[in-house]
Each structure stands twice: as structure tokens, then as C-alpha cells.
Design a protein around this ligand. Structure first.
Ligand SMILES: Nc1nc2c(ncn2[C@@H]2O[C@H](COP(=O)(O)OP(=O)(O)OP(=O)(O)O)[C@@H](O)[C@H]2O)c(=O)[nH]1
Length: 377
């Protein structure tokens, strides 16, 4: 696995996605008009949409191409490479770059651009991918266009916008589905894209050195709005003993004990398997408190990404490797894998290995078996 160290000299890039009408322009206007003391260069798909002094606004034409390296999932955005290269010649005029994609754009090639192109990699780093979700049109958009799921799957931060247009029960339901599709993302509810701008920037979500936790535990405010278990509006999460089957199934049965018939593995048993049946894209969380064989794990992950990288959109993990005091941390975008030993496990920290995969057509049984086979003898 390749080592990555983000030098502070590199310019952070925040990618903004979201389906048509989700509130991207509204958010961008907020970012550009709020007095936050930072200067942004903004790359948008249309010219002349926003005119603000002080910030650079550049138009882009969508141009996706495959890397000539025999890997079909290694698509990058040629327009983005060109514009970023041009922008970086004016380094010093801005503190950060924001890339707004069109509502129809697949975020995969945009994200991969930052890991594939050497020049871009040397000068910038992908800080985070924020996806706006329209609460009112969520169901419809999800059915209409697969890009909506891709945007959700790639996001580190999901802004559930237009909360004024639906009731709390609907918001809870949407949030449950978002968590099922992407347990790695933090979810913030908003009206008129009103979020703390600081929460969008300097997130280092692709930076292994900053990866502390993965999954729901990562951000405590996930549960800000969650009423107690059994109360109306409660969203089932890792803190309740329930299985995590998708809310769409319309029923929540209590989970029999581990080993009993009908038990669904969840965060409370040693091997977590958490499939969400949402047509194509789903997520899978695996965990074990037994130490992992580092070599076996690396071989398994390398092979998995080589074979299935096209379908694996995002993956992250923190592993307890046998005989190693440091945490093995990895993150992947399709086949692009970064892994490294990071800080030492703290004395009070449970040495649990966790890995989360988000992808299309995930073979949950095979993934679970593959993961378990990396447990050290
Ligand atoms: N009621 C309500 N309307 C909103 C909210 N956020 C945005 N809007 C409105 O929704 C419409 C679309 O918002 P935009 O910010 O233009 O969305 P966009 O994602 O840039 O749209 P495209 O450029 O078409 O992809 C605008 O009329 C906004 O004023 C919200 O939270 N509540």
C-alpha cells in the first residue's frame, strides 16, 4: 500500500455534489458571501452564475476520460485537470478550491482525478466530498437517476436540505436510508443550505493521518435528533440492539442473540455484517475484536480491489494487526488504495478492527468470509 502524507503546502479542494435543484448554488452563494476570512477559487459548470469580488470563478465543460492504464474504473476529468493546473499557477490568490459538479455528474471521476494525476496530486489534495440531498424530492430522485446514489455513496458529508418542506418522520426515514447507503458520511440537516461553512472545509476526509473512527461513531452529532429507542421518530442505529435492515423493509424485528436462529450480525457481535438491500449500491460494515493478520489482509484487499474495484466506490478501515502496536488504516476510491500504519492504539481504546465497503453488487457473504479469513491464527 502506498504511503500518503499531505503536505500543508497543498491546496485543499472541496467537491460539492447534489442532484438537480438540491441547493448547490444556494450553498455556493453562502460560501462566497459569508464573511469567513478565507478566499476560495470556485470551479463551476456554468459561467457567470455567481459574481463575487475576491473569489475566482471558473467554468468547466464536462470531459470524462479513461486513464490509459488498462483500468476501466480509472476515469478522470480532463477539464478539471486543466482548470486546476491553470488555477495553481495563481496559487496565493486563494486558500482553498471548491468544485461544484453539475447535478448529473458522477462524482467518481472527479474524486479520482485527485489520486491519479501526478501534477494535481503534487499541488492539491481532495479535502472532502459534500453531497446535497433534497428532502422533498429524495424518493423520486433516487428512483429516477442512479447518479443520486453515487453522489450519496461518495460523500463524506451529506447535507439533507429543504428540511422545511417535509415532516420530521420523513427526515428520519431519509436519514436512515442515507446511513444505509453510506455509513461513512456525516449527515447535517439544513434549510436553504444553511450550514456552518467551517464544517465543509478542512475536513481531511481522505487523509489517513486524520482517520480516527469510521462509521457512525465518527460524529456524535449523528444522534442529535434521534429520539430514544421506541419513541416516535427514532432512527435505528448502532446503539440499539436491532438489526440494521433497511427501513424500506417496513419492519423492525428484535434481533435474537448471537448464535440463535434469525440473528443478524451487528455492531454488538464480533463479526459485523450489515447489508442494506437498496437495489444496486449498498454498504457493508465488518468488524472483529480478534487481531488481523496484516499480510493476509493486505493481500486480500489488494486482490479484492483489483477484481472488484470498479464496483467498490469507497472503502475505509482501521485494523488491529497482530504483533503491531500501531493502527493499520486504509481508504480506497475504486481501485485506488492508500494504506499506512498510523498512530498507536491508546490504552483505553478497544482494539477492534473495522472495515466499511460501499459499492455496487457487493457480495456480502464473500466479503464477510474473505474478511474473516484474514483473522490471525
Ligand atoms: N423551500 C426550500 N427551498 C430551497 C431550499 N434550498 C434551496 N431552495 C430552493 O430550491 C431551488 C434550487 O436551489 P439551487 O441552489 O439553485 O439548487 P442547485 O442544486 O444549484 O440546482 P441546479 O443548478 O439545477 O442543479 C431554488 O429555488 C432555491 O431557492 C430549502 O432548504 N428550502
Amino acid at each position: 500500500m502506498a504511503d500518503t502524507a499531505h503536505s500543508s503546502q497543498k491546496t485543499p479542494v472541496t467537491v460539492l455534489t447534489g442532484y438537480l435543484g438540491a441547493g448547490k448554488t444556494t450553498l455556493l452563494n453562502r460560501i462566497l458571501s459569508e464573511n469567513h476570512g478565507q478566499k476560495y477559487a470556485v470551479i463551476v459548470n456554468e459561467f457567470g452564475e455567481i459574481g463575487i469580488d475576491n473569489d475566482l470563478i471558473v467554468g468547466a465543460d464536462e470531459e470524462v476520460f479513461e486513464m490509459n492504464n488498462g483500468c476501466v474504473c480509472c476515469t478522470v476529468r480532463g477539464d478539471l485537470i486543466r482548470i486546476l493546473s491553470q488555477l495553481m499557477k495563481r496559487k496565493g490568490r486563494f486558500d482553498a478550491i471548491i468544485v461544484e459538479t453539475t447535478g448529473l455528474a458522477d462524482p467518481g471521476p472527479v474524486a479520482q482525478t485527485f489520486f491519479v494525476d501526478e501534477d494535481i496530486k503534487a499541488k492539491t489534495y481532495l479535502d472532502s466530498v459534500t453531497a446535497l440531498v433534497d428532502a422533498l424530492h429524495f424518493d423520486e430522485a433516487l428512483k429516477t437517476d442512479r447518479v443520486v446514489k453515487e453522489q450519496i455513496a461518495f460523500a463524506d458529508h451529506i447535507i439533507l436540505n429543504k428540511t422545511d418542506l417535509v415532516d420530521d418522520a420523513k427526515l428520519d426515514e431519509i436519514e436512515g436510508r442515507l446511513k444505509g447507503l453510506n455509513p461513512l458520511a456525516r449527515i447535517t440537516r439544513a434549510q436553504r443550505s444553511f450550514v456552518d461553512i467551517a464544517s465543509l472545509l478542512n475536513q481531511h476526509r481522505f487523509d489517513l493521518t486524520k482517520l480516527e473512527e469510521i462509521g457512525h461513531d465518527e460524529h456524535h452529532h449523528h444522534h442529535d435528533h434521534n429520539p430514544a429507542h421506541g419513541e416516535p421518530g427514532h432512527v435505528h442505529d448502532e446503539h440499539c440492539g436491532h438489526d440494521h435492515h433497511h427501513h424500506d423493509h417496513g419492519h423492525h424485528h428484535h434481533n435474537p442473540a448471537h448464535g440463535e436462529a434469525g440473528h443478524v450480525h451487528d455492531e454488538h457481535c464480533s463479526h459485523t455484517i450489515n447489508p442494506i438491500h437498496d437495489e444496486e449500491i449498498k454498504s457493508l460494515s465488518l468488524s472483529t475484536d480478534k487481531p488481523i493478520d496484516g499480510i493476509r489482509f493486505t493481500q486480500w484487499l489488494d486482490k479484492l480491489l483489483a477484481e472488484k474495484g470498479q464496483d467498490i466506490l469507497r472503502a475505509k478501515g482501521i485494523l488491529n494487526v497482530k504483533g503491531e502496536n500501531k493502527r493499520l488504516v486504509f481508504q480506497a476510491v475504486h481501485m485506488i488504495l492508500e494504506g499506512d500504519l498510523q498512530r498507536e492504539w491508546q490504552a483505553d481504546e478497544p482494539r477492534v478492527s473495522r472495515a466499511v465497503f460501499i459499492g455496487r453488487h457487493l457480495d456480502t457473504a464473500a466479503l464477510k468470509a474473505g474478511f474473516e479469513a484474514t483473522i490471525a491464527a
